[in-house]
Design a protein around this ligand. Structure first.
Ligand code: IMP
Length: 431
């Protein structure tokens, strides 16, 4: 089975980067297919931390080809910086290891400015975006005025598109948001310098290459960003990101048919976090939340914001399994739950006096639900040095078993720390 999708089953930050890094040892290709520099994927190898925003998490494996596919909004400054940092760390010696699709939507400084101006104008109603310009860049794509990566290599076309785009953007910035306008010449100069730097990574037909790889039995891993509940259509709208974060987006964003991908691995923490505004039924406050935040290092990899923390929500997880077609789960950060006498798991919601087991599609209803918890016994001791499932405390194994049976989906991987070696393999996923 050569095609595998890794998708976030919660509100992002589940640990997809670590799983992709571990799986990439067995992958020929790793493909990023949606989102942009709003993502922050943290990898820890030999105690060295690497945070990636756009470059796929397979990059630390020199034999794996990493692709940034059409569905991604490509922040030119950010990807160039990431490449420079990786090269300085001795990674990415060969440019062939990273391919950027000609069809990517280019994200520039004015997208970031607009995103931030909009959020500031929304005040208390703000979405809590990462401020990375994601919404405005996807809007350009949908309204058919986006600059594509291929346009960077055609000077006349680039200038024409920049002029066209900035006419409207500057009107908005100046007249609507009271912000500074942007000069076409300045943007053009910056873009041309970055284009030269990025040209060695240019890929004219990423979809063809990925398709050929899959047809030829090569192992292709599709790396999702953000999480199910942040999906533009099926998440907690309007508190969502501006791309589709679901597994189906892997095919659309990279240009391959769904029949070539059969395995979909959903990544979930053993508890839940969310950054930004919006409903979060199992959110907890006070000391307990602070303890999870500190022990789990729950601060945004992109913005440094403290993440909101709560118990595992099996209603939302079952929803994620359904809308993504998740075939197995990876349960992350189990070690963070150590030392709690009791652990709560949400198995249903109460809405208007009724117990419900399906996630309400309306965000307004989701803000009104009360979680119904099942209390499980906790465990003590440091799990970070455990290397086999059978060496986990019985209560931790019971927890895994409970989750898997409640959501009727196998848990194939359990993670007990950020390092590659802190991964308990239950079943080899790429086989
Ligand atoms: P945007 O994607 O920057 O527009 O932000 C929209 C919402 O998605 C906000 O609530 C962000 O906090 C959230 N978000 C975006 N990217 C990530 C991510 O990688 N992890 C977690 N939350 C994210």
């Amino acid at each position: 089975m050569p095609g595998l999708i890794v998708v976030g089953a919660q509100w992002g930050d589940e640990g997809k980067g670590k799983v992709v890094d571990v799986f990439s040892a067995h992958a020929d290709f790793v493909v990023r297919y949606q989102g942009g520099a709003n993502a922050g994927h943290t990898l820890v190898v030999n105690n060295v931390k690497t945070v990636l925003h756009l470059v796929p998490s397979g990059i630390l494996h020199p034999k794996t080809t990493c692709m940034i596919a059409a569905g991604v909004v490509l922040d030119l400054a950010e990807v160039a910086k990431e490449i420079r940092d990786l090269k300085a760390a001795g990674v990415l010696a060969n440019p062939e290891q990273l391919r950027i699709s000609d069809q990517c939507t280019v994200l520039l400084s004015y997208h970031r400015q607009l995103d931030q101006a909009r959020e500031a104008a929304l005040g208390n109603e703000k979405i809590g975006t990462t401020g990375k310009g994601i919404g405005p860049a996807y809007e350009d794509r949908a309204s058919r005025r986006a600059i594509l990566f291929s346009d960077l290599f055609d000077r006349a076309k680039l200038r024409e598109k920049l002029e066209h785009s900035l006419k409207e953007k500057n009107f908005l910035l100046e007249k609507f948001y009271n912000a500074k306008p942007v000069a076409v010449e300045d943007v053009e100069r910056e873009v041309l310098a970055l284009a030269e730097e990025l040209e060695p990574y240019r890929c004219k037909d990423a979809s063809f290459i990925i398709h050929k790889a899959l047809k030829g039995g090569r192992k292709v891993l599709f790396e999702g960003a953000q999480g199910t509940m942040l999906d533009l259509l099926h998440g907690t709208y309007p508190f969502v990101t501006s791309s589709s974060t679901l597994s189906g987006s892997a095919c659309v964003g990279s240009g391959v048919g769904p029949n070539l991908v059969q395995k979909i691995v959903g990544i979930t923490k053993a508890y839940t976090t969310r950054v930004g505004s919006g409903p979060f039924p199992t959110e907890i406050q006070g000391d307990l939340a602070e303890r999870l935040r500190q022990e789990g290092g729950e601060f945004g990899a992109t913005t440094g914001r403290p993440r909101r923390c709560g118990w595992l929500d099996l209603v939302a997880l079952k929803y994620a399994i359904r809308v993504n077609g998740i075939t197995s789960l990876a349960l992350m950060k189990l070690d963070v739950l150590s030392g709690h006498e009791r652990i709560e798991v949400c198995t249903a919601y109460r809405l208007d006096g009724q117990e419900i087991k399906e996630l309400p599609v309306s965000s307004t209803d989701l803000t009104r639900v009360e979680p119904v918890y099942r209390t499980l016994s906790g465990w003590s001791g440091d799990l970070r040095n455990v290397r086999a499932l059978q060496d986990l405390p019985q209560a931790a194994r019971d927890y895994i078993q409970f989750v898997a049976s409640e959501v009727a989906t196998p848990i194939d991987v359990v993670s007990v720390g950020p390092g590659r070696e802190q991964t308990l393999w239950i079943k080899p996923l790429f086989s």
